[in-house]
Design a protein around this ligand. Structure first.
Ligand SMILES: CC(C)(COP(=O)(O)OP(=O)(O)OC[C@H]1O[C@@H](n2cnc3c(N)ncnc32)[C@H](O)[C@@H]1OP(=O)(O)O)[C@@H](O)C(=O)NCCC(=O)NCCS
Length: 191
């Protein structure tokens, strides 16, 4: 069921967030290319959407008057060594330049976290801007004992973040996050 949202800024046009289907792949790739300005993330998303080790995954598109303006992807990950929690990885998040700073990215994160909570996920991880994701509930993961798939240099340690979707998980579990195969390359872990 599509979710109608009103933007948080002066824009009053309704925005919709919907799960993307295979038929929406051109929209997903368009948003990724336009937001980042190059092909790398679009290619990563294409690979992840076809990667069995990334499932179950959550892929959401934001539409403004039926124009795709934002995309977010959460893929399955595993906490090693003992898989003591259900975990997911946010990568990437993309909003086209003309729709940025209007709350679209925040609404995509919020909706994604709701879907993950309903699916029973305990922890969500992201490697991203430490000035952005803490606005949406993320906090540095390293200090809680969670290592990224590849070492994050000390000066960028705060870019590796976690959010608990259930109380009592942080502090009870720790370990190294193992990501889907398509993400499991060092070039995807440089911040
Ligand atoms: C980062 C991105 C997803 C944010 O989407 P958005 O819809 O513009 O975000 P929101 O409207 O929810 O939030 C906007 C706020 O976040 C801030 N913000 C955006 N990018 C930021 C960053 N890299 N670091 C810190 N703050 C950032 C904006 O300055 C704005 O702050 P303000 O409300 O005080 O003006 C979008 O700018 C984007 O797609 N950028 C290019 C791709 C990218 O870098 N993706 C993130 C990969 S981790």
């Amino acid at each position: 069921m599509p979710l109608a949202l009103t933007r948080t800024s002066e824009y009053k046009t309704p925005m919709q967030i919907r799960p993307s289907s295979q038929a929406d792949l051109p929209h997903v790739l368009h948003v990724e290319r336009t937001a980042f300005g190059y092909d790398k993330e679009a290619e990563l998303v294409r690979q992840l959407l076809a990667d069995a080790t990334a499932t179950p995954l959550i892929s959401l598109l934001a539409y403004d008057n039926e124009q795709p303006v934002g995309h977010i992807l959460f893929t399955r990950a595993r906490l090693m060594p003992d898989e003591a929690a259900e975990i997911s990885l946010l990568a990437p998040l993309a909003v086209v330049p003309q729709a940025q700073r209007q709350g679209v990215g925040g609404q995509l994160i919020k909706r994604g976290l709701e879907v993950l909570t309903d699916a029973g996920v305990d922890l969500v991880f992201v490697l991203g801007h430490p000035g952005y994701y803490p606005r949406h509930g993320f906090e540095p993961a390293g200090r809680h004992g969670f290592a990224a798939p590849y070492p994050i240099p000390e000066e960028h340690a705060d870019a590796w973040m976690v959010q608990a979707l259930r109380s009592g998980v942080i502090g009870r579990v720790r370990g190294t996050v193992m990501c889907a195969d398509a993400l499991n390359r060092p070039e995807h872990w440089r911040e």
